[in-house]
Design a binder for this molecule. Structure first.
Ligand code: DAV
Length: 377
């Protein structure tokens, strides 16, 4: 058996070893303060909860297996989590909720920074135990790589004081947009909270989306935990459901990022990219008008691509416009059908987590800029 090396500093250096999620037993969780905030008013998921229909699980797993095969054919080693029976209640001294969620999107919970994989303190109560699906893998990496740092952020309590009560009662989209632009979110600053998928890793700099699932205290914790990094807070007015940075602000290779044109990084937060000669391009429009049924995510999963190296990217096969843009930017585009997996927790980037990418912790932003919202925390 190959021995494991854990190391990854960004999303674009050559990928050698990844974790790909599984759809087994995935549930639509019952409503709770944080999921209330995410599920759109007109969503077909409102009021539904419980295990997802088996036929949809099987279709998602088939597409996840195809992703595994594509990665292997490109020389990437792949591991899979161990799904738990997610249809069980979560009971802690501070809260109870009716079911868990799933382990299709390892990107949400596992943050790889160099030789460390950290399980994130997620704000959804239904996701409290999700890291356990990766426990056997982490144990194995720990045994095989003497330099691997197996870490966990402080477990959040997720009691009522972690959320603003009634925050989303009868709220319109306009009101949502006003509040998110004003950095007023359903999660409070009571304790550190973040999802790993809110953290964009670009070498020495970590750009964190301040939104529904990540608060300033979470970023403060990350800064203290990674003292050699620079942690920046970024936000994207225009997104009524700001959750996870990977359908909003996606680095393609050193010096190039694509930004969701409906969720633009504000001018003052672009300064650091400008000062260091990074180009920010608008992402292509999605080719689909609507997400698949029972899906949390928006049509912008079109941007949720998986980069294999500076010249190769996997794109969902129906996303012709996104594929064309990446082709024009000099990438070899590998199309892969993946929409059946979307309802289980996201796209190609969400469905994976990095174990090993080549490369080192480079300093891409040696010109730091004056403090503002994207300030170094
Ligand atoms: O646009 O719905 C999806 C990100 C999933 N990790 C969106 C964000």
């Amino acid at each position: 058996m190959q021995s494991t090396v854990v190391s990854s500093w960004n999303d674009f250096d050559p990928l050698r070893h990844a974790i790909v999620g599984r759809a087994d037993f995935t549930c639509i969780p019952p409503s709770e303060p944080a999921t209330e905030a995410k599920v759109p008013e007109d969503s077909d998921m409102r009021g539904m909860w419980g295990p997802r229909p088996l036929a949809t699980v099987e279709r998602a797993n088939a597409q996840l297996d195809n992703l595994v095969n594509l990665l292997k054919s490109r020389g990437v080693r792949v591991d899979r989590p161990e799904p738990i029976q997610w249809n069980q209640a979560v009971i802690t001294p501070d809260f109870t909720t009716g079911s868990m969620f799933g382990c299709m999107p390892p990107r949400d919970v596992l943050l790889t920074v160099g030789k460390e994989i950290l399980s994130a303190p997620m704000s959804f109560r239904c996701r409290y135990w999700e890291f356990l699906a990766y426990h056997t893998l982490m144990q194995r990496y720990f045994d095989e790589d003497p330099g691997f740092r197996w870490e966990q952020a402080p477990r959040p309590r997720l009691a009522d004081d972690s959320y603003q009560a009634g925050y989303f009662d009868e709220i319109t989209i306009e009101e949502r947009l006003k509040r998110t632009a004003a950095l007023d979110f359903v999660t409070t600053e009571h304790e550190p909270l973040f999802d790993a998928a809110d953290i964009l890793r670009i070498g020495k700099d970590l750009f964190c989306q301040h939104g529904l699932t990540t608060n300033r205290r979470g970023m403060e914790w990350l800064q203290r935990h990674f003292p050699d990094h620079r942690v920046h807070s970024v936000n994207f007015p225009g997104d009524p459901y700001p959750i996870h940075i990977d359908a909003t602000f996606v680095p393609l290779r050193p010096g190039l990022i694509m930004n969701n044109p409906n969720r633009k990084l504000p001018d003052e937060q672009r300064e650091i990219f400008k000062a260091n000669d990074w180009e920010i391009v608008d992402a292509a429009q999605p080719s689909n008008d609507a997400p698949p049924p029972l899906c949390y995510s928006s049509v912008w999963l079109s941007m949720n691509v998986l980069i294999l190296d500076h010249k190769t990217v996997i794109v969902e096969e129906s996303e012709h416009q996104q594929a064309e843009q990446l082709d024009g930017l000099g990438f070899e585009v590998l199309p892969l059908a993946f929409r059946d997996a979307y309802p289980f927790g996201g796209g190609l980037h969400c469905a994976t987590a990095d174990v090993l990418r080549e490369g080192t912790c480079d300093d891409y932003f040696s010109q730091q800029v004056a403090a503002h919202e994207s300030e170094h925390i």
